[in-house]
Unconditional design. Structure first.
Length: 466
Protein backbone atom coordinates (compact mmCIF):
# COMPACT_ATOMS: atom_id res chain seq x y z
CA UNK A 1 0.00 0.00 0.00
CA UNK A 2 1.28 3.44 -0.91
CA UNK A 3 0.46 6.34 1.33
CA UNK A 4 1.96 9.74 1.86
CA UNK A 5 2.55 11.60 5.07
CA UNK A 6 4.71 14.58 5.99
CA UNK A 7 5.69 15.47 9.54
CA UNK A 8 8.12 17.81 11.23
CA UNK A 9 10.36 16.31 13.85
CA UNK A 10 12.48 18.39 16.20
CA UNK A 11 15.23 16.52 18.04
CA UNK A 12 17.12 18.14 20.92
CA UNK A 13 20.54 16.81 19.92
CA UNK A 14 24.02 18.26 20.38
CA UNK A 15 25.46 20.54 17.74
CA UNK A 16 27.03 18.73 14.80
CA UNK A 17 30.40 19.32 13.19
CA UNK A 18 28.89 22.24 11.30
CA UNK A 19 28.46 24.03 14.64
CA UNK A 20 24.75 24.59 13.97
CA UNK A 21 21.89 23.16 16.04
CA UNK A 22 19.70 20.52 14.44
CA UNK A 23 16.75 21.83 12.39
CA UNK A 24 13.43 20.06 11.74
CA UNK A 25 13.48 17.10 9.36
CA UNK A 26 10.99 16.80 6.51
CA UNK A 27 10.26 13.25 5.45
CA UNK A 28 7.69 11.17 3.60
CA UNK A 29 6.86 7.48 3.80
CA UNK A 30 6.20 6.79 0.14
CA UNK A 31 6.16 2.99 -0.16
CA UNK A 32 6.06 -0.31 1.71
CA UNK A 33 6.83 -3.71 0.24
CA UNK A 34 5.93 -7.03 1.83
CA UNK A 35 8.80 -9.39 1.20
CA UNK A 36 9.49 -13.04 1.94
CA UNK A 37 10.68 -13.11 5.56
CA UNK A 38 11.55 -9.39 5.41
CA UNK A 39 9.28 -6.35 5.01
CA UNK A 40 10.61 -3.11 3.58
CA UNK A 41 9.60 0.50 4.09
CA UNK A 42 10.82 3.46 2.06
CA UNK A 43 11.20 7.08 3.19
CA UNK A 44 12.16 10.19 1.26
CA UNK A 45 14.07 12.46 3.62
CA UNK A 46 14.97 16.08 2.98
CA UNK A 47 17.88 16.45 5.35
CA UNK A 48 18.91 20.08 4.82
CA UNK A 49 19.41 23.10 2.64
CA UNK A 50 23.17 23.10 2.20
CA UNK A 51 24.38 26.50 1.03
CA UNK A 52 22.22 28.85 -1.04
CA UNK A 53 21.05 28.79 -4.68
CA UNK A 54 23.61 31.51 -5.39
CA UNK A 55 26.41 29.19 -4.21
CA UNK A 56 25.40 25.76 -5.52
CA UNK A 57 23.00 24.47 -8.16
CA UNK A 58 21.22 21.97 -5.87
CA UNK A 59 21.09 23.18 -2.25
CA UNK A 60 18.24 20.87 -1.14
CA UNK A 61 19.53 17.45 -0.09
CA UNK A 62 17.21 14.46 -0.37
CA UNK A 63 17.79 10.81 0.46
CA UNK A 64 16.03 7.54 -0.21
CA UNK A 65 16.03 5.69 3.11
CA UNK A 66 14.96 2.05 3.30
CA UNK A 67 14.08 0.17 6.49
CA UNK A 68 14.21 -3.62 6.18
CA UNK A 69 12.47 -5.43 9.05
CA UNK A 70 12.79 -9.23 9.40
CA UNK A 71 9.74 -11.25 10.36
CA UNK A 72 9.86 -12.57 13.90
CA UNK A 73 9.42 -16.07 12.46
CA UNK A 74 12.68 -15.56 10.55
CA UNK A 75 14.58 -15.35 13.84
CA UNK A 76 14.47 -18.92 15.19
CA UNK A 77 15.82 -19.27 18.69
CA UNK A 78 15.91 -15.55 19.37
CA UNK A 79 13.62 -12.55 19.58
CA UNK A 80 13.74 -9.85 16.98
CA UNK A 81 15.21 -6.69 18.48
CA UNK A 82 13.80 -3.49 17.00
CA UNK A 83 15.49 -1.16 19.47
CA UNK A 84 18.90 -1.13 17.75
CA UNK A 85 19.02 -0.84 13.97
CA UNK A 86 22.02 -1.45 11.73
CA UNK A 87 22.59 1.53 9.43
CA UNK A 88 24.39 1.32 6.09
CA UNK A 89 25.50 4.65 4.62
CA UNK A 90 25.44 4.50 0.80
CA UNK A 91 26.17 6.78 -2.14
CA UNK A 92 24.51 7.34 -5.48
CA UNK A 93 23.15 10.33 -7.37
CA UNK A 94 20.34 12.42 -5.90
CA UNK A 95 16.80 10.99 -6.14
CA UNK A 96 15.09 11.31 -9.49
CA UNK A 97 11.44 11.54 -10.49
CA UNK A 98 10.99 7.79 -9.95
CA UNK A 99 11.87 6.77 -6.41
CA UNK A 100 13.36 3.44 -5.45
CA UNK A 101 10.82 0.80 -4.43
CA UNK A 102 13.00 -2.31 -4.30
CA UNK A 103 15.27 -3.21 -1.39
CA UNK A 104 18.92 -3.97 -1.86
CA UNK A 105 19.83 -7.65 -1.57
CA UNK A 106 22.43 -6.71 1.03
CA UNK A 107 19.84 -5.10 3.31
CA UNK A 108 17.60 -8.15 3.01
CA UNK A 109 20.41 -10.56 3.81
CA UNK A 110 21.64 -8.50 6.73
CA UNK A 111 18.16 -8.15 8.23
CA UNK A 112 17.86 -11.95 8.28
CA UNK A 113 21.38 -12.43 9.65
CA UNK A 114 21.19 -9.62 12.20
CA UNK A 115 17.55 -10.16 13.21
CA UNK A 116 17.17 -6.42 13.66
CA UNK A 117 16.00 -3.61 11.36
CA UNK A 118 18.52 -2.66 8.70
CA UNK A 119 18.47 0.93 7.46
CA UNK A 120 20.12 2.06 4.24
CA UNK A 121 20.65 5.80 3.74
CA UNK A 122 21.38 6.61 0.11
CA UNK A 123 22.69 9.69 -1.68
CA UNK A 124 25.35 10.60 0.89
CA UNK A 125 26.50 13.04 -0.38
CA UNK A 126 23.91 14.48 -2.76
CA UNK A 127 25.72 14.70 -6.08
CA UNK A 128 26.77 15.91 -8.56
CA UNK A 129 27.01 19.51 -7.41
CA UNK A 130 28.09 22.57 -9.41
CA UNK A 131 29.43 25.54 -7.45
CA UNK A 132 29.10 29.11 -8.72
CA UNK A 133 32.61 29.90 -7.43
CA UNK A 134 34.11 27.04 -9.44
CA UNK A 135 35.57 28.58 -12.60
CA UNK A 136 35.57 25.19 -14.30
CA UNK A 137 31.81 24.68 -13.68
CA UNK A 138 32.63 21.01 -13.11
CA UNK A 139 29.79 18.78 -11.85
CA UNK A 140 31.61 17.47 -8.79
CA UNK A 141 31.03 14.15 -7.10
CA UNK A 142 32.76 11.83 -4.64
CA UNK A 143 36.46 12.68 -4.09
CA UNK A 144 36.36 15.74 -6.32
CA UNK A 145 33.45 17.12 -4.28
CA UNK A 146 35.22 16.51 -0.97
CA UNK A 147 38.55 17.94 -2.12
CA UNK A 148 37.10 21.09 -3.71
CA UNK A 149 35.00 21.99 -0.66
CA UNK A 150 37.87 21.28 1.75
CA UNK A 151 40.03 23.69 -0.24
CA UNK A 152 37.29 26.31 -0.43
CA UNK A 153 36.49 26.07 3.29
CA UNK A 154 40.12 26.63 4.29
CA UNK A 155 41.09 29.33 1.81
CA UNK A 156 37.88 31.35 1.45
CA UNK A 157 35.71 30.26 4.36
CA UNK A 158 32.32 30.88 2.73
CA UNK A 159 31.28 27.24 3.09
CA UNK A 160 32.09 24.20 5.20
CA UNK A 161 33.63 21.03 3.79
CA UNK A 162 30.94 18.77 2.35
CA UNK A 163 31.73 16.21 5.07
CA UNK A 164 29.73 18.42 7.45
CA UNK A 165 26.67 18.12 5.24
CA UNK A 166 27.18 14.36 4.94
CA UNK A 167 27.10 14.07 8.74
CA UNK A 168 23.91 16.13 8.87
CA UNK A 169 22.37 13.96 6.16
CA UNK A 170 22.90 10.81 8.20
CA UNK A 171 21.75 12.28 11.51
CA UNK A 172 18.56 13.75 10.06
CA UNK A 173 17.82 10.45 8.33
CA UNK A 174 18.18 8.68 11.68
CA UNK A 175 15.69 11.17 13.15
CA UNK A 176 13.22 10.23 10.42
CA UNK A 177 13.73 6.50 11.02
CA UNK A 178 12.99 6.95 14.71
CA UNK A 179 9.87 8.99 14.00
CA UNK A 180 8.60 6.41 11.50
CA UNK A 181 9.28 3.47 13.81
CA UNK A 182 7.40 5.14 16.66
CA UNK A 183 4.15 5.05 14.68
CA UNK A 184 4.52 1.97 12.47
CA UNK A 185 2.28 -0.96 13.55
CA UNK A 186 4.25 -4.11 14.33
CA UNK A 187 7.53 -2.25 14.80
CA UNK A 188 8.90 -1.22 18.16
CA UNK A 189 10.48 2.26 18.34
CA UNK A 190 14.12 2.33 17.25
CA UNK A 191 16.22 3.76 20.08
CA UNK A 192 19.80 3.60 18.84
CA UNK A 193 21.99 2.42 15.98
CA UNK A 194 25.07 0.53 14.84
CA UNK A 195 26.71 2.34 11.94
CA UNK A 196 28.48 0.92 8.88
CA UNK A 197 29.99 2.83 5.98
CA UNK A 198 32.64 2.19 3.35
CA UNK A 199 35.24 4.53 1.87
CA UNK A 200 34.11 8.17 2.23
CA UNK A 201 30.88 6.84 3.78
CA UNK A 202 33.16 5.16 6.33
CA UNK A 203 34.77 8.55 6.89
CA UNK A 204 31.27 9.93 7.45
CA UNK A 205 30.47 7.10 9.88
CA UNK A 206 33.45 8.08 12.05
CA UNK A 207 32.26 11.71 12.14
CA UNK A 208 28.64 10.80 12.90
CA UNK A 209 29.74 8.55 15.76
CA UNK A 210 31.76 11.41 17.23
CA UNK A 211 28.68 13.66 17.25
CA UNK A 212 25.65 11.46 17.86
CA UNK A 213 25.07 9.66 21.20
CA UNK A 214 22.62 7.27 19.54
CA UNK A 215 25.47 5.37 17.87
CA UNK A 216 26.32 2.28 19.95
CA UNK A 217 28.86 0.63 17.66
CA UNK A 218 30.84 1.60 14.58
CA UNK A 219 32.13 -0.38 11.57
CA UNK A 220 34.15 1.84 9.19
CA UNK A 221 35.33 -0.04 6.08
CA UNK A 222 38.11 0.82 3.61
CA UNK A 223 38.96 4.19 5.11
CA UNK A 224 42.50 3.66 6.43
CA UNK A 225 43.28 7.40 6.55
CA UNK A 226 42.79 8.90 10.00
CA UNK A 227 45.44 11.45 11.00
CA UNK A 228 45.37 12.66 7.42
CA UNK A 229 48.45 14.90 7.46
CA UNK A 230 50.69 12.01 8.50
CA UNK A 231 48.96 9.70 6.01
CA UNK A 232 49.78 11.99 3.09
CA UNK A 233 53.42 12.23 4.19
CA UNK A 234 53.72 8.47 4.70
CA UNK A 235 52.22 7.71 1.32
CA UNK A 236 54.58 10.03 -0.54
CA UNK A 237 57.60 8.62 1.30
CA UNK A 238 56.49 5.04 0.61
CA UNK A 239 55.53 5.42 -3.07
CA UNK A 240 57.42 8.54 -4.19
CA UNK A 241 54.10 10.01 -5.28
CA UNK A 242 50.44 9.94 -4.37
CA UNK A 243 48.27 7.10 -5.59
CA UNK A 244 46.15 7.74 -8.69
CA UNK A 245 43.17 6.89 -6.50
CA UNK A 246 43.88 10.07 -4.49
CA UNK A 247 44.38 12.26 -7.56
CA UNK A 248 41.42 14.52 -6.75
CA UNK A 249 42.99 15.43 -3.40
CA UNK A 250 46.58 15.78 -4.63
CA UNK A 251 45.60 17.87 -7.67
CA UNK A 252 43.60 20.15 -5.39
CA UNK A 253 46.71 20.57 -3.23
CA UNK A 254 45.07 19.25 -0.07
CA UNK A 255 48.36 17.70 1.10
CA UNK A 256 50.00 21.14 1.23
CA UNK A 257 46.88 23.01 2.30
CA UNK A 258 46.64 21.05 5.55
CA UNK A 259 50.13 22.24 6.54
CA UNK A 260 48.86 25.84 6.69
CA UNK A 261 47.03 27.45 9.60
CA UNK A 262 43.64 27.64 7.82
CA UNK A 263 44.13 24.13 6.48
CA UNK A 264 44.85 22.73 9.91
CA UNK A 265 41.77 24.46 11.32
CA UNK A 266 39.61 22.99 8.56
CA UNK A 267 41.12 19.53 9.02
CA UNK A 268 40.36 19.59 12.75
CA UNK A 269 36.64 19.51 11.88
CA UNK A 270 36.75 16.59 9.41
CA UNK A 271 39.61 14.31 10.50
CA UNK A 272 38.18 11.72 12.92
CA UNK A 273 41.60 11.54 14.58
CA UNK A 274 41.07 15.10 15.85
CA UNK A 275 37.80 13.93 17.44
CA UNK A 276 39.21 10.75 18.97
CA UNK A 277 38.33 11.76 22.54
CA UNK A 278 34.68 11.45 21.49
CA UNK A 279 35.10 8.05 19.85
CA UNK A 280 35.31 5.69 22.81
CA UNK A 281 32.44 3.52 21.54
CA UNK A 282 33.15 -0.05 20.30
CA UNK A 283 34.53 -0.05 16.79
CA UNK A 284 35.53 -2.75 14.29
CA UNK A 285 37.84 -1.20 11.69
CA UNK A 286 37.96 -3.20 8.44
CA UNK A 287 40.68 -2.39 5.92
CA UNK A 288 41.88 -4.03 2.71
CA UNK A 289 45.45 -5.29 2.48
CA UNK A 290 45.68 -4.12 -1.14
CA UNK A 291 43.65 -0.90 -1.06
CA UNK A 292 44.59 1.38 -3.97
CA UNK A 293 43.95 4.50 -1.86
CA UNK A 294 46.23 3.84 1.10
CA UNK A 295 49.54 2.37 2.25
CA UNK A 296 49.18 -1.07 3.81
CA UNK A 297 50.60 -0.06 7.19
CA UNK A 298 48.57 3.15 7.55
CA UNK A 299 46.95 2.13 10.82
CA UNK A 300 50.15 2.94 12.72
CA UNK A 301 49.18 6.62 12.71
CA UNK A 302 45.82 6.33 14.45
CA UNK A 303 44.50 2.96 15.58
CA UNK A 304 46.24 2.69 18.95
CA UNK A 305 44.90 6.13 19.91
CA UNK A 306 41.23 5.34 19.28
CA UNK A 307 40.41 4.09 22.78
CA UNK A 308 40.35 0.60 24.30
CA UNK A 309 37.16 -0.59 22.57
CA UNK A 310 38.75 -1.30 19.21
CA UNK A 311 39.03 -4.31 16.93
CA UNK A 312 40.91 -4.47 13.64
CA UNK A 313 40.60 -6.57 10.52
CA UNK A 314 42.71 -6.50 7.37
CA UNK A 315 41.27 -8.57 4.52
CA UNK A 316 43.87 -10.43 2.43
CA UNK A 317 43.99 -10.23 -1.36
CA UNK A 318 41.33 -7.55 -1.49
CA UNK A 319 41.14 -4.03 -2.81
CA UNK A 320 39.09 -0.99 -1.92
CA UNK A 321 35.79 -2.78 -2.72
CA UNK A 322 36.60 -5.63 -0.32
CA UNK A 323 36.28 -8.57 -2.71
CA UNK A 324 33.35 -10.01 -4.62
CA UNK A 325 29.72 -10.24 -3.50
CA UNK A 326 30.16 -13.58 -1.74
CA UNK A 327 33.21 -12.29 0.14
CA UNK A 328 31.22 -9.30 1.31
CA UNK A 329 28.20 -11.35 2.44
CA UNK A 330 30.40 -13.70 4.49
CA UNK A 331 32.31 -10.77 5.95
CA UNK A 332 29.11 -8.94 6.87
CA UNK A 333 27.83 -12.10 8.58
CA UNK A 334 30.97 -12.00 10.69
CA UNK A 335 30.39 -8.29 11.39
CA UNK A 336 26.87 -9.17 12.55
CA UNK A 337 28.36 -11.77 14.91
CA UNK A 338 30.65 -9.11 16.37
CA UNK A 339 27.76 -6.66 16.73
CA UNK A 340 25.58 -9.24 18.47
CA UNK A 341 28.21 -9.67 21.17
CA UNK A 342 28.67 -5.90 21.55
CA UNK A 343 24.94 -5.20 21.79
CA UNK A 344 24.53 -7.95 24.38
CA UNK A 345 27.02 -6.09 26.58
CA UNK A 346 29.78 -8.68 26.21
CA UNK A 347 33.33 -8.32 24.90
CA UNK A 348 34.22 -9.95 21.56
CA UNK A 349 37.49 -11.88 21.26
CA UNK A 350 40.54 -9.97 20.14
CA UNK A 351 44.30 -10.20 19.68
CA UNK A 352 47.14 -8.02 20.88
CA UNK A 353 50.60 -7.82 19.33
CA UNK A 354 53.95 -6.62 20.64
CA UNK A 355 57.25 -6.22 18.85
CA UNK A 356 60.02 -7.98 20.75
CA UNK A 357 62.72 -7.69 18.11
CA UNK A 358 63.35 -9.67 16.08
CA UNK A 359 60.04 -11.36 16.88
CA UNK A 360 56.42 -10.33 16.78
CA UNK A 361 54.42 -11.80 19.67
CA UNK A 362 50.65 -12.20 19.24
CA UNK A 363 48.39 -12.95 22.19
CA UNK A 364 44.73 -13.93 21.66
CA UNK A 365 42.19 -13.04 24.34
CA UNK A 366 40.90 -16.63 24.19
CA UNK A 367 41.93 -19.77 22.29
CA UNK A 368 41.15 -19.22 18.60
CA UNK A 369 39.76 -21.72 16.13
CA UNK A 370 42.70 -20.92 13.87
CA UNK A 371 45.59 -18.50 13.49
CA UNK A 372 46.92 -17.70 10.04
CA UNK A 373 50.09 -15.84 9.12
CA UNK A 374 49.61 -13.88 5.89
CA UNK A 375 52.77 -12.85 4.01
CA UNK A 376 53.45 -10.91 0.82
CA UNK A 377 56.65 -9.97 -1.02
CA UNK A 378 57.39 -7.19 -3.48
CA UNK A 379 60.98 -7.49 -4.78
CA UNK A 380 61.06 -3.99 -6.28
CA UNK A 381 58.90 -1.56 -4.26
CA UNK A 382 57.40 -0.88 -0.85
CA UNK A 383 53.98 -1.43 -2.39
CA UNK A 384 51.43 -4.13 -1.55
CA UNK A 385 48.45 -2.76 -3.45
CA UNK A 386 46.56 -5.28 -5.55
CA UNK A 387 47.56 -3.47 -8.72
CA UNK A 388 51.21 -4.13 -7.79
CA UNK A 389 51.23 -7.68 -6.39
CA UNK A 390 47.81 -8.99 -7.48
CA UNK A 391 46.63 -11.69 -5.04
CA UNK A 392 50.12 -12.05 -3.64
CA UNK A 393 49.25 -12.65 0.01
CA UNK A 394 49.88 -16.27 1.08
CA UNK A 395 48.70 -17.91 4.31
CA UNK A 396 50.28 -20.50 6.58
CA UNK A 397 48.94 -21.97 9.82
CA UNK A 398 50.49 -20.76 13.05
CA UNK A 399 50.92 -22.94 16.11
CA UNK A 400 50.90 -21.56 19.63
CA UNK A 401 53.89 -21.85 21.92
CA UNK A 402 53.52 -23.44 25.33
CA UNK A 403 52.41 -20.13 26.85
CA UNK A 404 49.49 -19.83 24.41
CA UNK A 405 51.12 -17.02 22.45
CA UNK A 406 52.18 -17.00 18.80
CA UNK A 407 55.58 -15.80 17.59
CA UNK A 408 56.56 -14.60 14.14
CA UNK A 409 60.03 -13.62 12.90
CA UNK A 410 60.17 -10.35 10.94
CA UNK A 411 63.52 -10.39 9.11
CA UNK A 412 64.55 -7.83 6.51
CA UNK A 413 64.36 -9.58 3.12
CA UNK A 414 67.48 -9.93 1.00
CA UNK A 415 65.79 -7.92 -1.74
CA UNK A 416 62.78 -5.64 -1.87
CA UNK A 417 60.10 -5.59 0.80
CA UNK A 418 58.08 -8.10 2.77
CA UNK A 419 54.82 -7.65 4.72
CA UNK A 420 53.02 -9.74 7.35
CA UNK A 421 49.83 -9.80 9.36
CA UNK A 422 48.18 -12.42 11.56
CA UNK A 423 44.50 -13.38 11.30
CA UNK A 424 42.62 -14.98 14.20
CA UNK A 425 39.30 -16.77 13.76
CA UNK A 426 37.02 -17.42 16.71
CA UNK A 427 33.72 -19.27 16.97
CA UNK A 428 32.02 -21.89 14.85
CA UNK A 429 33.26 -24.14 12.09
CA UNK A 430 31.38 -22.31 9.33
CA UNK A 431 32.85 -18.98 8.25
CA UNK A 432 29.49 -17.21 8.62
CA UNK A 433 29.43 -18.17 12.31
CA UNK A 434 32.88 -16.83 13.08
CA UNK A 435 34.39 -13.61 14.34
CA UNK A 436 37.61 -12.60 12.58
CA UNK A 437 40.19 -10.07 13.74
CA UNK A 438 43.77 -9.38 12.72
CA UNK A 439 46.89 -7.62 13.79
CA UNK A 440 48.13 -4.61 11.88
CA UNK A 441 50.42 -5.05 8.87
CA UNK A 442 54.17 -5.00 9.48
CA UNK A 443 56.57 -4.12 6.63
CA UNK A 444 60.32 -4.76 6.46
CA UNK A 445 62.65 -3.03 5.98
CA UNK A 446 61.09 -0.22 7.96
CA UNK A 447 63.04 2.60 6.27
CA UNK A 448 60.98 4.53 3.73
CA UNK A 449 62.53 4.76 0.26
CA UNK A 450 61.57 8.33 -0.75
CA UNK A 451 61.96 11.81 0.76
CA UNK A 452 59.01 13.80 2.09
CA UNK A 453 56.88 15.85 -0.26
CA UNK A 454 57.99 19.49 -0.36
CA UNK A 455 55.35 22.19 -0.68
CA UNK A 456 55.96 25.53 -2.39
CA UNK A 457 56.19 27.90 0.57
CA UNK A 458 55.83 30.91 -1.75
CA UNK A 459 52.34 30.00 -2.91
CA UNK A 460 49.64 31.89 -1.07
CA UNK A 461 46.66 29.76 -2.00
CA UNK A 462 47.72 26.07 -2.14
CA UNK A 463 44.62 25.28 -4.17
CA UNK A 464 42.58 26.12 -7.24
CA UNK A 465 39.01 26.49 -6.05
CA UNK A 466 38.42 29.78 -7.86
Amino acid sequence: MKWMMAVWLVMALPMGVSGKPAAPVDWQHYHSKDGWWVDHHFLLVESQQWLTPSQVDQPAWQHEVSISVPWSAACPGRERDDHTALVIISGGDRPGAVLRESPGSLSTALALIFCRPVVEIRQVPNQPLVFSADATATPRREDSLLAWTMDRAARVGDMAPVQHAMVTAVRRSLDAVQAFSAQQPGLEPVVDFALLGSSKRGWTAWLVAAEDPRIRALVPVSIDMLNLAKQFDHQHRAYGEYTPALRAFSEQGIDCLIRTGPGKAMLATVDPYALRDRLSLPKLVINASGDAYFVSDSRQFYFADMGPNRWLRYTPNSGHRQGDSLDRVVRLSQVANWLDVILEGRTPPNVSAQLENPQWVITPSEPPRSMLLWQAVNPSARDFRQQSISNGWRATELDADGDGRYRVDLPDPDKGYQAWFVEARFGGWLAINQQVVTTDIQVRPQALPYPPRECDSHRADWGTSD
